[in-house]
Design a protein around this ligand. Structure first.
Ligand code: SF4
Length: 351
């Protein structure tokens, strides 16, 4: 059944996103400063094989940005990992470089971090915000009782208390930022999540810089140390998510990935001008199927140049040609079934 989008039927937001995502003036880099993590979440799909960003990759990113800057209109940086704050030094060095380029060329710059929040103390947060990194996603799996069961440090200890204190300290900062608290629904955390929601409302309810989004735990891979997300998937997750959203007065339904006026969601991996840069300089598109051949498109050189496998790139951005809503929302699903990519197809889940 065709899932094609008619451009006549979508709003201006979608049209702008669609055009912007393909234009030469737009660049979206998803950067992994490290693939190591200080946590061992029981449902995690990453394998932590690649460590900190190499010096060549760091210089490669700075040089790529220097070369792109004269024609840039919009730059979006998304910091991802592993846990990106484990290599805050690289984040700061690259961000300082971006700020210099921005003052020279005047492009619009936005930066987002997906972090577990443990190392993000007040000093690091303040420096990041000064550098224009002002959009954060931090996950909580309940209050300490349940969060510490599923979001353990690599040492096996819990992590809630430190993250919560960091969040409380962010309130002192006067600058503008957004912290989206991603509340994970698991089989274990019904009561714990309600307690957490009350804590969030009490501490952050009056501060519009803090928002929440409710997500079900999903099975994205094989996990680490034999862990398996399936054991944490709650059968009543959907109804619980609705209750929590009501409790937190959420109006947006992130689960269906539609924005308010019904526009289709476009995954960054669909965007022609988006690149994922791994710590060893490997260039990909998707942050989930990290070790799959279809997601290895090329390599970034120290001088900022890179070559991409055009055939693989065509697969990732095919939603921009077909205008198929499914291909735009998750191009990893249904990468055409040539023998070369067949193995990847079955391994991919929606992030
Ligand atoms: S799994 Fe799909 S939705 Fe998630 S990042 Fe990859 S392409 Fe995008």
């Amino acid at each position: 059944m065709s899932n094609s989008i008619s451009l006549d039927s979508v709003g201006d937001y979608f049209k702008k996103e669609y055009v912007r995502s393909a234009s030469d003036g737009h660049l979206y880099l998803t950067i992994l400063p490290t693939e190591k993590c200080n946590f061992r979440c029981t449902y995690c799909y990453e394998d932590f094989e690649i460590g900190k960003m190499t010096d060549d990759t760091l210089h490669g990113i700075k040089n790529l940005l220097t070369k792109a800057a004269p024609t840039l209109k919009n730059l979006m940086i998304s910091w991802f990992g592993g846990e990106p704050t484990l290599n805050a030094k690289a984040m700061i060095e690259i961000s300082e470089h971006i700020r210099q380029l921005q003052s020279q060329y005047g492009f619009v710059y936005k930066a987002h971090v997906t972090t577990n929040g443990y190392l993000l103390d007040e000093a690091m947060f303040t420096r990041f915000v000064e550098l224009g990194i002002n959009d954060y996603q931090i996950t909580l799996d309940g209050d300490a009782e349940c969060h510490d069961v599923t979001r353990k440090q690599a040492s096996g200890k819990g992590s809630f208390e430190v993250i919560w204190n960091n969040l409380l300290n962010f309130r002192k900062i006067k600058d503008n930022f957004i912290v989206m608290l991603r509340l994970h629904i698991t089989k274990l955390n019904e009561e714990s999540m309600y307690r957490l929601c009350k804590m969030i409302k009490a501490e952050f309810g009056d501060d519009p810089r803090f928002t929440t989004v409710v997500e079900e735990i999903k099975n994205l891979g094989d996990g680490v140390d034999g862990a398996d997300a399936k054991q944490f998937v709650a059968s009543d997750a959907k109804s619980r998510a609705e209750e929590i959203k009501e409790l937190m007065h959420e109006s947006k339904d992130e689960q269906v990935k539609l924005i308010e006026n019904g526009n289709p969601y476009i995954c960054y991996a669909s965007m022609p001008r988006q690149l994922l840069i791994r710590p060893n300089g490997t260039i990909g598109k998707c942050t989930v199927m990290l070790n799959k051949d279809a997601n290895h498109l090329g390599k970034l050189n120290r001088n900022g140049d890179y070559e991409l496998d055009g055939k693989k790139m065509d697969l990732w951005v095919r939603g921009f040609v077909s205008l198929d809503a499914t291909e735009l929302s998750c191009p990893a699903r249904g990468i055409p079934s040539s023998p070369k990519y067949q193995n990847e197809l079955n391994a991919v889940a929606v992030a």
